[in-house]
Design a protein around this ligand. Structure first.
Ligand code: FES
Ligand SMILES: [Fe+2]
Length: 440
């Protein structure tokens, strides 16, 4: 990146507003991929997606096609999906089992599951050439760094930078909260995911995750309909309606309630939004689950675990995690105006089936592409991107409570629940990554 472009980028991000080019300029998108997504830690997948040796899962890290694979020794590797011979993708499918080795479909070079080259056909024809079976340039290239935390696998396509735990800082709660809620302390992926391609920049999706102003506006009609049915059930039966109605009726909370929620900004752009749905009803399913938890953890620790009150943890720049409901959305930017999200659900190991089904309801009712909730959000993302692509104005406003959020040791706390702190915090981090590798 040359100095003048760096200077230009700094000028695009002000403390309370950012220039529309950050969202709409294709050249800036390429720089984002180079300086953010192909540099910092990006979520690849969960270890339980590749349970057995030879199991693989393919996805994107930045613009790079990658394979997550389990080797014979049980280790999970993340490799570039490219044959070192003439470049063919080794795994064209999303997932599967490759057997004992990867075998390229073009000229049958074969690789061990850690990516090392095993053999090539008619090898004697390479004698006297610069080809060498042991030379790493002829092996599948691994991601520069791969680490996992409690089963969640991340890759970084840069040798430099902090280790995964340091990078995650306050966002590590997402994975602790999700796994701690499992009686066995682990979660397992539920195959497969929903995939949505939204016609908007990836940052518009992230900003919406911690936007506490929008739910009671955008999701009002769905929220009101659910509230009516919820009330009707309670009137007719004299009992609390199933939690799934509350997932949607909670969107009708008035502004003053949203305003009481706590949002925080952590080093490296991560943010959290406090929970607003009561997720501990006193129904038999919940009581059974809490009894199993107490058996594993004891009363005090169970209270500590179930007392964690998070709605979203945003792991910048790649994940929105809803740990109490065991789901996450992985963000894979495709172009300045195209973003793929993978919507995944997890099972708490050792928890009763009813608890799995109950959080699956949230997955289907709120996060799935077929719901009115997600559809309403997607419509706004497209509207925002379309408006920002016009000449109707150059700046995006993040002025709500600007300059008022207190900070201590690099951690920001919102002064009101509806503060645009998360958006300001993410864009400040964005400018740091884009201009000096994330250093502040
Ligand atoms: S391109 Fe893979 S073996 Fe030739
Ligand atoms: Fe929404």
């Amino acid at each position: 990146m040359d100095g003048s472009v760096t200077g230009d980028i700094r000028a695009l991000v002000e403390p309370d507003r950012v220039h529309r080019k950050c969202y709409t300029d294709p050249d800036i998108f390429q720089l984002e991929m180079q300086n953010i997504h192909e540099k910092t830690w990006i979520y690849v997948g969960h270890e339980s997606q590749v349970k057995n040796p030879g199991d693989y899962y393919t996805t994107l890290v930045g613009r790079q096609p990658m394979i997550m694979v389990r080797a014979k020794d049980g280790k999970v590797h993340v490799l570039y999906n490219r044959c070192p011979h003439r470049g063919a993708m080794l795994c064209p499918d999303r997932h599967g089992n490759t057997g004992q080795t990867f075998k390229c479909s073009y000229h049958a070079w074969r690789f061990n599951l850690d990516g090392s080259l095993l053999k090539v056909p008619v090898a004697e024809q390479y004698e006297g050439t610069r080809f060498d079976l042991a030379d790493k340039q002829f092996h599948m290239k691994p991601a520069e760094r791969t680490e996992s935390y409690r089963g969640f696998v991340f890759a970084s396509l840069s040798h430099d930078g902090p280790d995964l735990r340091t990078h995650l800082s306050g966002a590590i709660r997402a994975f602790d909260d999700m796994c701690d809620r499992a009686p066995e302390g682990e979660v397992e992926i539920v195959p497969n995911c929903f995939r949505v391609i939204q016609k908007s920049n990836w940052k518009i999706f992230l900003e919406n995750q911690l936007d506490a102003v929008h739910p009671s506006i955008v999701h009002e009609s769905s929220g009101r309909a659910a509230l009516e049915v919820e009330k009707d059930i309670e009137k007719r039966t004299g009992k609390k309606a199933p939690l799934s109605y509350h997932y949607i009726s909670a969107f009708t909370e008035p502004f003053f309630r949203w305003d009481t929620l706590n949002t925080m900004g952590f080093p490296n752009g991560h943010c959290t939004l406090e929970g607003y749905m009561g997720l501990r009803p006193k129904d038999p399913d919940t009581l059974e689950y809490e009894a199993v938890m107490e058996k594993h953890y004891g009363k005090a620790r169970t209270e500590e675990i179930l007392g964690v009150n998070l709605h979203h943890v945003l792991v910048y720049p790649c994940l929105s995690v809803q740990s109490p409901l065991q789901q996450l959305r992985a963000v894979r930017p495709l172009a300045h105006d195209r973003t793929l999200t993978e919507i995944w659900h997890f099972r708490l190991k050792g928890a009763p089936e009813a608890i799995y089904r109950r959080s699956l309801d949230y997955y289907y009712l709120v996060n799935a592409p077929s719901t009115m909730i997600n559809a309403d959000d997607l419509d706004n993302f497209w509207r925002c991107h379309t408006g920002l692509s016009s000449q109707g104005g150059d700046w995006v406003s993040f002025h709500r409570n600007a300059g008022q959020d207190p900070s201590k040791d690099g951690v920001y706390t919102s002064v009101t629940g509806m503060s645009e702190l998360p958006m300001r915090h993410m864009m400040k981090t964005w400018a740091d990554y884009m201009t000096n590798g994330g250093r502040r």
